[in-house]
Write a protein that binds this ligand. Structure first.
Ligand code: APR
Length: 263
């Protein structure tokens, strides 16, 4: 038993060192994150067992048509998410990405998440591919509000009395043009791509790994379980909780960077 544990530990250590080597050598590094990176902050992901879509059918709660047809119903789910996101703090994985950026080993985080935890975790260069829940808009008159202006209103209403929609991308809505263009540009010139906590099943964001791979990027995947990327595009797969794995990659990269600068 102890021998197996030792073997597993040294295998992960070897993969962690290899991932750190890629980050040290890369001149253009991107991270692509999904809901899994925020699970250790208490925010459920979507497709794991017990995830949000096991309790709310996305066809009834997460499409723009569902919102237009029955905004009060969609706000039942949004209020539950809002309460959880409102108390969530960045975890060790968010902080690790903030540190990599500060060490100039990470240029940008492209996130599918709307929880603002990357910014709270120190990342300055963040592309929010699916928008952000901190502002609300009126689909009828176009007026926008800060979410905290409407805190406690269930559902929040515009002065024109219509129900407001959070500025997150619902299924059936377009991805913010700037976010899409910047992400594809960065993916096309990336030398390393960290993919953390995403099942990579939603498009068009899930084309980013193949764009990066096609342009020669090394792919490091951190996930609790294997995904369809693991055996196709991924070069280094680190299985486990992002909150445990990411700080180890940063520690290994720091050691290598100090080694390089001091030699
Ligand atoms: N550490 C690492 N990975 C984790 C952790 C963790 N602690 N917890 C869960 N995961 C992994 C899961 O194994 C899964 O592969 O994170 C992934 C989460 O996948 P999804 O729930 O599908 O979330 P995501 O990929 O972000 O979904 C993309 O779908 O519904 C839409 O708009 C929504 O942005 C979301 C998009």
């Amino acid at each position: 038993m102890a021998e197996d544990l030792l073997k597993r530990h040294s295998a992960i250590q070897g993969l962690t060192e290899a991932a750190a080597d890629i980050l040290i050598r890369s001149q253009a590094t991107l991270a692509l994150t999904g809901a899994g990176i925020s699970v250790e902050s208490g925010i459920p992901d979507f497709r794991s067992a017990g995830g949000l879509w096991s309790r709310y059918d996305p066809a009834e709660y997460a499409t723009i048509d569902a919102f237009r047809a029955n905004p009060e119903k969609v706000w039942q789910m949004l209020m539950e998410m809002d309460a959880i996101v409102g108390q969530a703090k960045p975890n060790q994985a968010h902080l690790a990405l903030g540190e990599l950026e500060a060490m100039r080993l990470l240029d940008c985080v492209i996130t599918q998440n709307i929880d603002n935890l990357h910014q709270a975790g120190g990342s300055k260069n963040v592309i929010e591919y699916h928008g952000n829940s901190s502002t609300l808009s009126c689909l009828w008159c176009g007026k926008t509000y800060k979410a905290e202006e409407k805190r406690g209103e269930t559902p929040p209403r515009c002065t024109c009395r219509n129900i407001l929609k959070p500025d997150v991308v619902f299924f059936g809505e377009a991805i913010p043009e700037k976010a899409m263009r910047r992400s594809f540009d960065l993916a096309s010139s990336a030398q390393a791509l960290l993919i953390i906590g995403t099942s990579a099943v939603v498009s068009p964001v899930n084309t980013i790994p193949s764009i990066a791979k096609r342009n020669g990027a090394k792919i490091i995947e951190v996930n609790k379980e294997r995904t369809h990327l693991t055996d196709t595009l991924t070069d280094i797969f680190l299985q486990g909780n992002a909150g445990e794995i990411m700080p180890r990659i940063v520690a290994a990269a720091k050691k290598k960077k100090e080694g390089v600068t001091s030699s």
